[in-house]
Design a protein around this ligand. Structure first.
Ligand code: NDP
Length: 617
């Protein structure tokens, strides 16, 4: 092993029934009957402040009217990688279209202080070998990711045709032209043969619908639109000097807040952290890249590392496997292997699952003990302890988070008993009957992840053949072939989490999907096909296969504390009347990532676009 097992309590010391009961109680106090509806989009009340780009001035330009081979909707990781794969496949006549002023997606919009990627940068940043780039440390800063993305766009000449500050308003399939007619907020009329929907997952900020939110007279902003004018400092040097005389409150303690709160603690006069559910926060150990290690790497190292991360975080290790990632994401499997090597490997999947569940509780016990060791005030430490299974929420790591609560100017306000912040007033907020006066409220309240698609995509109409609305077509669940195309929507492709394989490294998922999509588009263009679309029977067969082989995680989701991982604990009944929770990763392929990739490779190798109905007129 490259790293050791962590020091978790022995199995015999963990009282699972008692912990299960505690987890249940903690979940109960947080579930809200209105589920997703507890949130509003910032523009729900006509407030268009979030439509304004604070980072790049909007350039005037004439509307475009054109025929195009491919329109790629999005310039975040999925759109960028779609562009790269199209270029590599030999497709030239395409554009990325994005709301933002540049490539970058979440890494464009999110510029809050302390922003970093929580995943191993040697996995997360794609094409490191091809680009000849090595991250400077294990967890990269947001601005380095943004710069890297722009360098990829540059290398693959994606800027030349990209349309920024452009929002697609409608897209309709024209059966006569065999093209998508796309209209935008800039007056463009684009007739694209193919469209790639790379709209992203974390693009629409959400706000809690707190009574009185509009009465507050002070400053408010969401972390995805950090206002450095107000706080002082700047993106690449976040010295928030203007907060020295300000009382600031922040709502949320998720992955974003964990990174920003230490900066608020350092600079603001007074900080109130309004917490409903605590995150799990492990040590970060953000070590600089060791040049000796970097020089020793052999070609193909990055794919090997990603495969190792996939086994460590999602699948399982086999005897003799090493954990090369060595962080919070890989701890459960790393610890299991260490014990199996000593005590013998499980003899059945059931035994393995039992041990894995037990390790989950043991790791969480370790993380709770960590809070106690680092936070001086006992009541605060108690409130900061997470009571749920390890993967119910995104695990975090940060070396300054807990110690921030030892500062005299930082106060944790536990709002779990009221299922969130009770009320806002002209001057501040109310918690347990007490009014707190503040100058500024910062919303680290996340993004619309599992809400209805039309809210998240923001395109007024997406109409396929015969005016069929994609939103209506998918209202009761995704209907796709391989998660990338849908019957009734010719020449339309999806990059993201729908009905296919997913990799622990998000960018790897996008990259491989893009490769497959680019293959189909290029094949269609080379063969003179004007339309490609999965047949209904091929699509039905895929849906049946993915559902029959799915791993049922509904019990786990049912018991999890609410979050976007389980649609805020809001279940939907499936056709058999069983409770199902919208999973933010869509319907994942049960047999796993490698099996899905083999399936896609075999499909491409056959070369006959199996299961597709094609048109040539
Ligand atoms: P999250 O959705 O993870 O967190 C939102 C926070 O707001 C939660 O703590 C939530 O509490 C809280 N909240 C919501 N409503 C209320 C309310 N009414 N009262 C009090 N608190 C409330 O959003 P983040 O922006 O933190 O993270 C979103 C995602 O962005 C991450 O999960 C991750 O995928 C990504 N991200 C990735 C990073 C990376 O390293 N790659 C870094 C940062 C973010 P509760 O939990 O109780 O609902």
């Amino acid at each position: 092993m490259k790293c050791k097992a962590t020091n978790v309590p022995p199995a015999g010391e963990v009282d699972i029934p008692a912990l299960r009961e505690k987890y249940r109680q903690e979940r109960e106090i947080r579930v809200r009957p209105e589920g997703q509806k507890q949130y509003v989009r910032p523009d729900d009340d006509g407030n268009d402040a979030y439509e304004i780009d604070p980072h790049t001035p909007v350039q005037a330009r004439a509307p475009i009217s054109e025929d195009l081979d491919v329109a790629v909707l999005g310039g975040g990781w999925s759109g960028l990688l779609a562009g790269v794969e199209l270029k590599k496949a030999g497709v030239k006549n395409f554009r990325n279209i994005d709301h933002a002023g540049d490539f970058g997606g979440v890494w464009y919009w999110n510029r809050y202080p302390g922003i970093q990627c929580d995943n191993d940068a040697y996995c997360y940043l794609p094409m490191l070998e091809e680009m000849g780039y090595m991250p400077s440390k294990k967890y990269t800063d947001g601005y380095d990711i943004y710069d890297y993305m722009r360098s990829i766009a540059d290398r693959f000449d994606l800027y030349e045709k990209a349309l920024f500050h452009t929002l697609v308003s409608t897209m309709k399939w024209d059966d006569r032209l065999n093209r998508w007619r796309i209209k935008t907020n800039r007056g463009d009329e684009i007739r694209a043969r193919f469209v790639v929907m790379a709209n992203g997952l974390l693009n629409i900020p959400k706000l809690p619908a707190i009574p009185g939110i509009h009465d507050f007279k002070g400053k408010m902003f969401h972390t995805a639109r950090w206002d450095y004018e107000y706080t002082g400092g700047e993106y690449r040097n976040p010295e928030l000097s203007k907060l020295a005389d300000k009382t600031v409150a922040i709502i949320g303690t998720g992955a974003t807040a964990i990174q920003a709160i230490p900066y608020l603690g350092r600079y603001a006069k007074q900080v109130y952290v309004l917490q409903r559910t605590p995150s799990t926060v492990d040590e970060r150990k953000n070590v600089p890249t060791d040049p000796e290690w970097a020089n020793s790497l052999k070609p193909g190292w990055q794919q090997e590392r990603k495969a190792n991360f996939q086994r460590a975080a999602i699948d399982t290790f086999a005897p003799g496997d090493e954990d090369n990632i060595c962080d919070i994401w890989t701890e459960v499997n790393r610890n299991l292997v260490a014990e199996f090597e000593q005590e013998g490997w499980p003899t059945s999947p059931e035994q393995f699952m039992e041990k894995r569940e037990l390790m989950d509780y043991r790791v969480m016990e370790r993380l709770r003990a960590r809070v106690e060791a680092l936070v001086e005030d006992k009541a605060t430490a108690e409130s900061l302890k997470p009571w749920y299974r390890f993967l119910c929420k995104r695990p975090c790591s940060n070396d300054d988070y807990y110690s921030t609560f030892n500062r005299p100017n930082v106060t944790l306000v536990d709002v779990s008993k009221t299922r969130g912040v009770e009320e806002m007033t002209e001057k501040g907020f109310i918690a347990q009957g007490q009014e707190y006066e503040i100058d500024c409220m910062i919303f680290a309240s996340g993004f619309e992840v599992t809400s209805d698609l039309d809210r998240r995509w923001g395109i007024d109409a997406i109409e396929g053949r015969d005016g069929l609305s994609l939103y209506e077509h998918w209202a009761d669940g995704y209907q796709t072939l391989h998660g990338m195309m849908s019957h009734g929507f010719p020449n339309q492709f999806y990059v993201g989490f729908y009905q296919g394989g997913f990799n622990a490294t998000t960018t790897e998922t996008f990259s491989r999907q893009s490769h497959h999509i680019a293959y189909i588009i290029n094949a269609a263009l080379e063969r003179g096909l004007t339309s490609v679309e999965p047949s209904k029977s091929a699509q039905d067969a895929w849906i049946q296969h993915i559902r029959e082989t799915a791993i049922d995680i509904s019990q786990f989701q049912r018991e999890c504390t609410p979050s976007y991982f389980n649609n805020e604990g809001e279940a939907q009944l499936d056709s058999k009347g069983e409770e199902k929770f919208r999973w933010y990763l869509g319907e994942s392929y049960g047999p796993g990532w490698d099996a899905f990739q083999s399936l896609m490779q075999d499909w491409r190798d056959k070369g006959d676009l199996e299961g597709m109905v094609v048109g040539t007129d």
